[in-house]
Design a protein around this ligand. Sequence first.
Ligand code: FAD
Length: 433
Amino acid sequence: MDVIVIGGGIVGVATAYQLRAAGHRVCVVERHATVAQGATYGHGGAMLPTPLDVWFGPTFMQSRRAPKSGIVFKPGFNSGARRFMRRLDQLQAPDAFREHCLRLKPLIDASREAIADIENRFKLEFEQQSGVLHVVRHQREWEQLQSALDLLREFEMQHHVLTPAECAAVEHSVPTEPEFAGGVLFETERTANCPLFAKLVKQVLDENGGVEFKFGRSVTAIRVDNQRAAVELAPREGESAHSREVDVIAADAIVVAAGAGSLPLIQRLGLDLPLHPLRLHALTAPIAYEERAPHLAVVDAIKRITMSRMNQRLRIAGGAVMQGVRESTKPLAEPLTKAALTLLGQATHDWIPGAAKISAALAWEGVKLLSPDGLPVVGQALHPRLFVNFGHGPAGWGLACGSAKVVADLVSGNAPSMPPDTLAALRPDRFAS
Ligand SMILES: Cc1cc2nc3c(=O)[nH]c(=O)nc-3n(C[C@H](O)[C@H](O)[C@H](O)COP(=O)(O)OP(=O)(O)OC[C@H]3O[C@@H](n4cnc5c(N)ncnc54)[C@H](O)[C@@H]3O)c2cc1C
């Protein structure tokens, strides 16, 4: 079949890879000049999510105050943003959290397998590094973490629960003063460079043929009928919208994998999903003192701030800003940017002092979509020729490689090898009721 993938972020690239592996001819349409220029660009480095990383559950945004939660919450009078948070809050109950993590796990396992397969097959080097240490400041937060620790045991995920002294012993950059509650070490979980991975996979696809990348083209509309599917393209930069006919590319099926750009495309087809855009920040800083630089990735488990080393730099990512949907399409007001970057700088100062030269850091921000149940939206939508793969939230990389396989199976007419309740929990129609 001929399949159009809209979006050249990690999700679009992974989807193109799996579709090609399933024997389809693929055209990726991306409005930027190359892949990985959207949310994928600022990726914090964490590869696969654990129950400690997901953006729902007992430790996520217990407080609406940024210094405690790590999230700048500024919905203004926007009731949609408040409603969204209330739905997400329902997953703070340990039972609801467990149930959701159980549904998500098969997707994480499929992603782990898909990443390993790509890595081994093409011997890719993308700054992989083993070892992630999650740290928790206060005793009360440590108690809230217990249901996630129970799940790690239930899932038999290799991990070590550490005292502060043990944390400092495994990761010399973490200070034992001021006091903190403890940490969780994942020796085998990895961090790496996601945009580099996306570029390498694109290179593999270029070399092997069967996948065309159309860069600098923006999809304005999707058409689907019983005979064919097609996308309409905006005029290229410099071309007048009136001077020519609309460019249309036709195919047998379309996959919408356009990150935050997915919502307007499917809204025009009549599908309104309750996903919320969340702005995230990243700082890329030179190492200040080599002897203080961390060997492991250090994650502030409550504030969801990841500090990972990538060669001679440190990538500090997190600092989410939660606003109304309309505000998130406009440039962020300076005080909010400052508040978000302050959170990143503070986390660096607290957990790996002296490691990063924050004054020389490059700041970046991107938007990712979060669903009110924390799970991505993956599957067929509205029409047999239309598929979606977006809303991966904070775990875009890890989940993308598994969800791409699910989509490739569905496009091919095969049943994905995943439990039915996981597939049902990912489907776009799950919000209808
Ligand atoms: C600062 C930051 C840190 C993060 N840290 C982590 C982490 O540590 N671990 C993790 O797993 N995840 C992390 N994430 C989340 C992860 O980066 C995202 O979930 C993931 O990159 C989403 O990939 P995507 O392909 O869906 O979106 P994107 O990378 O945004 O790609 C979507 C692409 O679609 C294109 N597009 C949109 N609309 C159109 C259109 N109409 N026509 C043509 N092209 C279109 C865009 O230009 C874009 O390139 C982080 C995100 C941010 C912002």
